[in-house]
Ligand binder design. Structure first.
Ligand SMILES: [Zn+2]
Length: 114
């Protein structure tokens, strides 16, 4: 489980990006908000964020707008390329971030924060 401060940063980013999905990475020391190259119910992290955080990434996060904080089929496919990091999904409803779930690369739930 990440520190409450890190979870707050993820929620704030998700609320700012709503109604689009946000995405970014968790590194030792906090969150690096990324730029989502997609719109709507999809995400693709910009390369600059990944390059700057290279070697220090603990987790990749993104938001689901009006959908559960669980891994979609596309998320599981994406996570296969990131086997060593956490996959964090935050649910946002009407601009308010709520449940955060952290998954392994296989989509299995590791922890939940409400
Ligand atoms: Zn997703």
């Amino acid at each position: 489980m990440y520190e409450p401060r890190v979870l707050d940063q993820i929620r704030q980013h998700a609320q700012k990006a709503w109604p689009d999905e946000c995405c970014g990475v968790v590194v030792d020391g906090g969150v690096r908000a990324g730029r989502n190259l997609r719109r709507g119910a999809a995400f693709e992290l910009d390369a600059a964020t990944l390059i700057r955080a290279h070697g220090r990434i603990l987790g990749v996060y993104h938001s689901h707008c009006g959908a559960p904080a669980s891994m979609s089929a596309a998320d599981r496919e994406h996570a296969r390329w990131w086997p060593a990091v956490d996959h964090v999904v935050v649910r946002v409803d009407d601009g308010l971030a709520g449940t955060i779930r952290c998954h392994g690369h296989d989509g299995a739930l590791r922890w939940t924060s409400v």
